[in-house]
Write a protein that binds this ligand. Structure first.
Ligand SMILES: [Zn+2]
Length: 413
């Protein structure tokens, strides 16, 4: 570089000499800003007067529009840099922004929405590369409201016809655990027995999250509260004696992470799953464990989790089959013998235990109580041709007295 010119738009010093129609111009290699523009003559008359016309004047392209776009593209790149994404992501995100910017549905949207669009392009790119970025993170970075962001995000997916894979829970666990201050040796304000190696916690948290996924606790839920609860449990179970008394809110405070409200509920659900699995292990079954003491055995349960899950499901399948068989037997009207009844009783107990252990999404096991709409009225079929009586319509009109009273209440109307 001969002289150190600086781009006034982005501050880059990477200025190149670009020949355009044999007219030299200085162009910023980073953002495309034109520093000095070669001058072109436009018409014969102007040539006659030796009047020079700028290139942008002769093309009729709306310069202000492209400036907006340039600004947006720069913001996309900046956001990628702030998030420390790989360079290839930047290019993908930029190409999405260009495509979205050029599509007619984004021509007349507000600046605020265009700002959100910048975040959406970066977010989509991350999701496509399985980069564990959450909507919450990106929204806080661009000061966007989550509902606004979500609507623009969905619209963007539709317009650009993009396909986005499900958030990779495994990667999210790893990045989320990095935020916990308890898992780094650097922190000083935390008691020694609370500190834990990152790798051990991540490994166990992953196992718990996977277990939660297999037992229907993840589907349809926000992943972060589940990970928070799982990380807490993993952390507790690695040294249960000292850490059992530490509650989830205190843990989050010590670890310097936010406690998402649903995390407590998720923790309860994971506890109950662990208890169910523990009841399958005969040596734990004798101990009559509860949700506090089960924490000590998390390691054992996780080690055998695939076996325990399979066994629970087999028990459940067997129980339902038995049930249908005994039902069938009753239907046949077999003169039941005393021994049979006793056997059936035993089976019943087993069935109950097995059904208790089967795994369903929590919304099915504890459905919200809702009053049923009356079935009787639904049976009536309306055609829309029925007579409408005057008295029925008059119900919607104010009587003279009601009018008087209304006027008294609203004298200014
Ligand atoms: Zn520049």
């Amino acid at each position: 570089m001969t002289d150190h010119k600086r781009c006034p738009d982005c501050g880059s010093t990477d200025i190149v000499d670009d020949a355009h129609y044999s007219q030299n111009q200085l162009v910023c290699a980073d953002c495309g800003f034109i520093l000095t523009e070669g001058l072109l003559t436009y018409t014969h008359t102007e040539e006659g007067f030796l009047q020079e016309v700028r290139f942008t004047d002769s093309t009729g392209r709306n310069a202000s529009l492209s400036k907006n776009k340039l600004h947006g593209l720069k913001r996309v790149r900046d956001l990628c840099k702030v998030l420390r994404l790989p360079l290839t992501f930047e290019d993908t995100a930029v190409s999405y922004y260009e495509r979205a910017f050029d599509s007619p549905s984004y021509h007349s949207v507000t600046i605020q929405k265009k700002e959100i669009l910048i975040g959406c392009c970066v977010y989509v790119t991350c999701r496509q590369h399985n980069w564990p970025l959450t909507m919450g993170t990106i929204c806080s970075l661009i000061y966007a409201d989550k509902t606004n962001f979500a609507s623009i995000y969905l619209h963007l997916l539709q317009t650009l016809k993009l396909d986005v894979p499900v958030l990779s829970l495994k990667d999210l666990v790893k990045t989320h655990c990095k935020n916990f201050r308890l898992f780094q040796a650097s922190s000083t304000s935390v008691p020694d027995h609370f500190l834990e190696g990152m790798e051990r916690v991540v490994e166990r948290t992953l196992q718990i999250v996977e277990l939660a996924g297999e037992t229907w606790l993840v589907t349809g839920r926000h992943p972060v509260p589940i990970i928070t609860a799982a990380a807490y449990l993993a952390w507790q179970s690695l040294r249960p004696m000292e850490r059992l008394t530490c509650t989830l809110p205190r843990f989050c405070k010590l670890a310097d992470v936010d406690l998402p409200p649903p995390a407590q509920q998720r923790l309860k659900e994971i506890h109950s799953i662990l208890l169910k699995l523990a009841s399958q292990l005969s040596w734990l079954n004798v101990l009559s464990i509860n949700k506090k003491t089960v924490v000590q055995h998390v390691g054992d349960i996780l080690q055998h989790r695939s076996f325990l899950l399979k066994k629970s499901l087999q028990d459940y399948a067997a129980a339902t089959q038995d049930k249908s068989q005994t039902m069938a037997a009753k239907d046949l009207g077999n003169s039941a013998m005393a021994g049979d009844i006793a056997e059936a009783d035993g089976q019943c107990k087993n069935q109950k235990a097995a059904t208790k252990r089967c795994f369903l999404p929590p919304c099915l096991t504890n459905p919200k109580k809702r009053p049923r709409t009356a079935v009787a009225t639904a049976e009536q079929v309306f055609t829309g041709e029925e007579d409408i009586s005057d008295s029925e319509i008059e119900l919607y009109l104010r009587t003279p007295r009601e009018m008087e009273e209304f006027q008294r209440a609203h004298p200014w109307d």
